[in-house]
Ligand binder design. Structure first.
Ligand SMILES: C[S@@+](CC[C@H](N)C(=O)[O-])C[C@H]1O[C@@H](n2cnc3c(N)ncnc32)[C@H](O)[C@@H]1O
Length: 277
């Protein structure tokens, strides 16, 4: 059920809202399922608890939460993208009986979450879309019950690497980092999570977790192409690439895969940090 909308018309989301980007988000979510599951299990999320997924996207983290809290629990997803949010509800309600709701809202404008307070409030890959991530973290801490947890999972993109030299990887980084920085976003926010917890007034996190995936080049290539495509419009406007350069990049990725010169790719590291309130 959609509860309400506080969405502002100016959507600055750098990755775009195409069906290809939705597909990429779902694939990315599958990749990190184990990392989110292990943090949720470590924090003791269980039957009957309530939780919120902040920037819920395709709802895959909501699904993991729902599996742990069961039908007597409650899972709220919050996102400014109503299309993916409504799609996620359809998927979730057929997948299992936990109580799921979706709130269509712009987190920059959202102050109170009347559905809370929650046993756990988590934001995965959401803080890095915020120009002032500590502001969101501060709000998240207010949405948690005393004794509940604030959890953040975000990328350290400098942790990504091909298993063998591959010059086009630098072009990928120039384009992706260029778009992020022009939007005032930090692609290495993951390593700064303790600083952000302190800035938000939460103090140093109780603990952290670092997860990585070393995948086949074929799989890494799909993501290198998909992220590049998702940021292509702003990258063209910023003159970080051209349509011809973008095509040459895609062709080179295919060539590298065919020759087998790079076997594997290390994904950006997924860093988790949490604090008991
Ligand atoms: C990279 S996706 C991550 C989705 C999901 N947390 C996951 O890990 O699969 C980031 C999500 O944050 C949402 N988002 C970004 N800025 C937002 C804002 N200001 N208000 C609400 N949602 C926002 C986007 O719409 C997108 O669904």
């Amino acid at each position: 059920m959609e509860i309400t909308s506080t969405l502002s018309p100016d959507d600055e989301y750098i990755l775009g809202r195409t069906s290809a980007e939705y597909q990429r988000l779902r694939q990315q979510a599958m990749l990190w399922e184990f990392a989110t599951q292990r943090v949720l299990s470590r924090l003791g999320l269980r039957e009957g608890m309530s939780c919120a997924d902040i920037g819920s996207g395709p709802g895959e983290t909501m699904r993991l939460m729902g599996e742990l809290v069961g039908a007597s629990g409650y899972v709220l997803g919050v996102d400014m993208d109503n299309i993916i949010g409504q799609e996620s509800l359809i998927m979730l309600k057929t997948a299992n009986p936990a109580r799921y709701e979706f709130l269509h809202a712009n987190l920059l404008e959202l102050d109170e979450l009347t559905q809370g307070p929650f046993d756990l409030v988590l934001a995965r890959l959401t803080l890095y879309h915020m120009k002032n991530p500590a502001d969101l973290l501060r709000k998240m801490s207010r949405w948690v019950k005393p004794g509940g947890y604030v959890v953040v999972q975000d990328y350290y993109n400098d942790g990504a690497a091909p298993s063998a030299p591959f010059p086009e990887f630098q072009h990928y980084k120039d384009v992706f980092y260029g778009v992020c920085r022009a939007a005032g976003l930090d692609p290495n926010i993951g390593v700064r999570l303790p600083d952000l917890f302190i800035e938000a007034g939460l103090g140093f996190p109780d603990d952290t977790d670092v997860a990585g995936r070393l995948v086949s080049f074929a799989q890494a290539k799909l993501m290198l192409k998909a992220v590049y495509t998702s940021v292509l419009q702003p990258a063209l406007q910023l003159k970080l690439t051209t349509p011809e350069r973008a095509q040459a990049y895609a062709d080179e990725l295919d060539r590298v895969e065919q020759t087998g010169q790079v076997t594997a790719g290390l994904w950006p590291l997924m860093i988790s940090a949490w604090k008991k309130m």
